[in-house]
Every structure is written in structure tokens, then in C-alpha cells.
Design a protein around this ligand. Structure first.
Ligand code: NAG
Ligand code: NAG
Ligand code: NAG
Ligand code: NAG
Length: 420
């Protein structure tokens, strides 16, 4: 085929040039990925158009272009050991909550920092903070959700602050807001663990949540017209005893027998689904859209890894990731992830009509495979300094920073590049 011949000729030319310029190593890596139809991981950060990011002599036939156009499936892949390591650490970044600052809290093993998520279909390039900041220039990026949302928020702020120091801004209703003056971009988080209106259960107060499934939490929705991108993440606060309301009346509850209520236990999946549904609809109806990128991202459920009960000394002390065969997605992780995907799918058509761009940041599976990334006992400083205490509180819900949540943000950036 002439095509192949031309291709080979041009290929030879490329190889020749690379050798000439002493770039044979880069060329080899490049060719490896090219032949595997995988997005090269060193596409120049500023250009996402393919023809300007590849050498001018590279043939770009229709077949060759295809794999680049198809979005990569980030869900399926494996963790591979990688000595690259994180862009920041617990001393260089000052935005990490003490309970997530594992290294500074004395966590002795560092192996958990040296893993890279390798999707089957592509490679995730190094996070380029500069690219991310360019993509959010003049924008207001908002996380809405729970402490896992905050985990991701802190990781993002740490990564971005390696090239641009943000200013902490006190804004009405946000938990935190950082302003990156270099790019006039704001990154905020709103605390809203049910997304909808609700009161959390408290120690010593009401021992169950009150959740209003017909009203989205106004604390964040009242600012919606100033938002450019909303990242929703929730789930963990739904899975505790709760009473559900609609139109001022109780429509059911979850684990409410523990309080001798006679309401029907409808389970928390129903409520989680309803909360997400009404939230997505509210966002679409608000028409806050500015039409220049992704508008809403739903970050899927983040699995927990307690061995034993969380309140009875349960731990998560594994220091290696699970192998693919070792751990399958099932039970609660599957249920919550699926309902999130389904609800997003259900509104996609309606969203499209209004010009919305909704995406899912599907981290459930890759996160499930990382029991070694939790804060564990190192949620507290030097838990074993006086020997091994009888009972150590472990956090097998949240993640050490730096750590696995940085990977969520790497995928977030890849989605942003594509979603433009
Ligand atoms: C390549 O870039 C030029 C201008 O930069 C543009 O006109 C052309 O459509 C691009 N081709 C492809 C295949 O993207
Ligand atoms: C963090 O990085 C800085 C600068 O690279 C280094 O001096 C410091 O030792 C690191 N801290 C930890 C806890 O690794
Ligand atoms: C970000 O917040 C600052 C401070 O409130 C404000 O001056 C700026 O206009 C905001 N920028 C965007 C893009 O939201
Ligand atoms: C709540 O009220 C709305 C209209 O006011 C109605 O459409 C809806 O069915 C009601 N829901 C329940 C659970 O009663």
C-alpha cells in the first residue's frame, strides 16, 4: 500500500532526525506509544490540537487520528509502580489538613506515593499545573460535597500552588476559597454533604441526619450564577441513620429502628439517588451555564477499607495496592457508583438541550484498589511514639496527601483538556 510506504519513508525520516538530534530515547518512547495507538504522554501542554503537537512530518491518516479522538476510558486499568512521585509534599504545601498530612504525622512507609494509574487505553500524562490554570483562567471552579470533596480540593490547591501561590479569600458560604491571581481563577469548596438541604447528625445532639430530598442546599445554589464548573462529590454522609423529608413530611428513613421510629426504612440508596437527581435538575434548570467547557462533574463514590468496624479499632494497614484479580468492585461501592452513573445518564439528554456539558469522574474502581493510600493511624501525629497503644483510631475513609487523590485530579485535568 502506498500509504504504508509513505508512512514508512516518513517514519525513517523521523527516526533519522531523532537520532541526529540525539533524541533517540524520546523517539523510542514516542514510537512505542504511537504504535500502540495511545495518546503520547508528552503532548505539549499548551496545544491540544493534534497536528500542531506532533512532528510536522508525522503522517496523520484517518485511521491514525481515531484513537486520539476517542476519549480514553479511565475506569479500567491497573496501578503500576512509578518513581516519579508527587509534585508536592506535606512540608512544601501548607493547605493540607493535619489529619491528611501523613508524612508529617510520621507515616514511615513511602511506597504508597509511587504508583501511577495506567488505564488500558491510554496513559495519563504528568499533571501540568500550568495547563490546568490556563484552562480555568477567569473561571470560578467549585467543589460541592463532603470531606472527600475537600480531600480532592486540597490536593488540587497543593498541585496548583507549585507554580502559582494562591491567596486565601473569605467568601460567604464557602468552606475555603483560593484565588489564583496569576490566572484570575478561584477554586472553592462548599460544605454540603447531602448536596440537598439537610442537618447532619451530631455527637450529643440529634443522632440521625435530617435530609430534605425536595430542596437543593441553598448555601451553594444561591451562588450558582457565579460558578463556571461544579464538581459534585458525596455519599459517605448518606450512609448513616437518617430521616427523609419531602414537602414537609417524612417519606421514610434509614436505620431509624435504632431510634425506635416507626417510619419505613427505605434504605439510603433511594435517598442518595433522589438527592443527586434533584441536584442535577436544579443545576440544569438554573441555566448558570456559560458555554465554555465542562459544566458539571460528578466524582463517583470513594471506597473505604476498614478491616473491622470503623468505631471498634478497624484498620487499613496494607502497604501495597490490591492486584486486579484480588479485589472486585461489589456491594455498596458498585451500588453507589452505578446510581451516580445512571442519574447522570438520565439527565444527559435534557442537559444537552440546554447546552450543558456533564461528565463523570469515575474513580471508584481505581480507588478501591488502593487500600494503602488512607490516612489510617497517621490521621494523628506520631500515633506509635509511645509504643503501640491498645486502641488506635484509624481513618480508612480519607486519603493521605500527597497520594491517590492526586490521581483523581490528573484524570480531572485530562477531562478538562477534552471538554473544552
Ligand atoms: C491543523 O492546523 C491547521 C491550522 O493550525 C488547521 O487549519 C487544520 O484544520 C488542522 N488539521 C487538523 C487535522 O486538525
Ligand atoms: C519535601 O520537599 C522538600 C523540597 O523538595 C524537601 O526538602 C523535604 O525534605 C520534603 N519533605 C518530606 C517530608 O519529604
Ligand atoms: C475570584 O475572586 C476574587 C476575589 O473575590 C474576585 O475579585 C475575582 O473576580 C474572582 N474571579 C473569578 C473569575 O471568579
Ligand atoms: C410534593 O409537592 C409537589 C407539588 O407541590 C408534588 O408534585 C409532589 O408529588 C409532592 N411530593 C410528595 C412526596 O408528596
Amino acid at each position: 500500500m502506498t500509504n504504508t510506504n509513505t508512512f514508512n519513508k516518513k517514519l525513517n525520516k523521523i527516526i533519522f532526525h531523532f537520532v541526529i538530534y540525539g533524541l533517540s530515547l524520546i523517539a523510542l518512547i514516542y514510537l512505542y506509544f504511537f504504535f500502540n495507538s495511545i495518546v503520547p504522554f508528552f503532548i505539549p501542554i499548551t496545544s491540544i490540537t493534534y497536528n500542531s503537537s506532533l512532528p510536522a512530518s508525522t503522517p496523520l491518516t484517518k485511521e491514525k487520528e481515531k484513537p486520539y479522538e476517542k476519549p480514553c476510558d479511565y475506569t479500567n486499568g491497573r496501578w503500576v509502580h512509578d518513581m516519579r512521585g508527587p509534585l508536592y509534599n506535606g512540608t512544601t504545601c501548607s493547605y493540607i489538613k493535619n489529619q491528611r498530612n501523613c508524612e508529617v504525622n510520621g507515616r514511615p512507609d513511602t511506597n504508597y506515593l509511587y504508583w501511577r494509574w495506567k488505564p488500558n487505553e491510554c496513559n495519563i500524562p504528568n499533571f501540568e499545573p500550568n495547563t490546568f490554570l490556563k484552562l480555568i483562567k477567569n473561571k470560578n471552579i467549585v467543589f460541592v460535597g463532603d470531606s472527600l470533596a475537600n480531600n480532592q480540593f486540597e490536593s488540587l490547591v497543593c498541585i496548583l500552588s507549585t507554580i502559582s501561590i494562591p491567596q486565601r479569600i473569605f467568601k460567604e458560604d464557602t468552606l475555603s476559597t483560593y484565588y489564583f491571581a496569576s490566572h484570575d481563577a478561584n477554586v472553592s469548596i462548599y460544605w454540603s454533604p447531602f448536596l440537598v438541604k439537610g442537618d447532619q447528625r451530631t455527637k450529643g445532639g440529634t443522632p440521625y441526619n435530617k435530609i430534605y430530598l425536595d430542596k437543593v442546599n441553598e448555601k451553594w445554589t444561591k451562588h450558582i450564577d457565579q460558578m463556571d464548573l461544579i464538581v459534585l462529590s458525596f455519599g459517605h454522609w448518606m450512609d448513616v441513620p437518617s430521616i427523609y423529608y419531602e414537602n414537609h413530611s417524612v417519606i421514610g428513613c434509614f436505620r431509624c429502628r435504632e431510634f425506635k421510629f416507626k417510619y419505613t426504612d427505605v434504605g439510603f440508596y433511594v435517598a442518595t439517588r433522589k438527592a443527586l437527581k434533584i441536584t442535577l435538575n436544579k443545576i440544569i434548570e438554573s441555566k448558570f451555564i456559560k458555554g465554555n467547557g465542562i459544566d458539571v462533574i460528578v466524582r463517583t463514590y470513594s471506597p473505604i477499607h476498614f478491616k473491622g468496624d470503623w468505631d471498634k479499632g478497624g484498620t487499613c494497614s496494607k502497604t501495597e495496592p490490591y492486584k486486579l484479580e484480588e479485589k472486585k468492585l461489589k456491594g455498596k461501592d458498585t451500588e453507589i457508583r452505578s446510581l451516580e452513573m445512571e442519574e447522570l445518564e438520565n439527565v444527559k439528554a435534557k442537559a444537552k438541550e440546554s447546552g450543558f456539558n456533564l461528565e463523570v469522574l469515575d474513580v471508584t474502581k481505581l480507588t478501591l484498589l488502593r487500600p494503602n493510600g488512607h490516612a489510617g493511624a497517621y490521621m494523628n501525629p506520631f500515633p506509635f511514639v509511645k509504643g503501640i497503644p491498645k486502641k488506635v483510631q484509624n481513618d480508612c475513609v480519607h486519603w493521605c496527601l500527597p497520594g491517590i487523590v492526586d490521581t483523581w485530579n490528573e484524570i480531572f485535568l485530562e477531562m478538562m483538556k477534552r471538554g473544552k
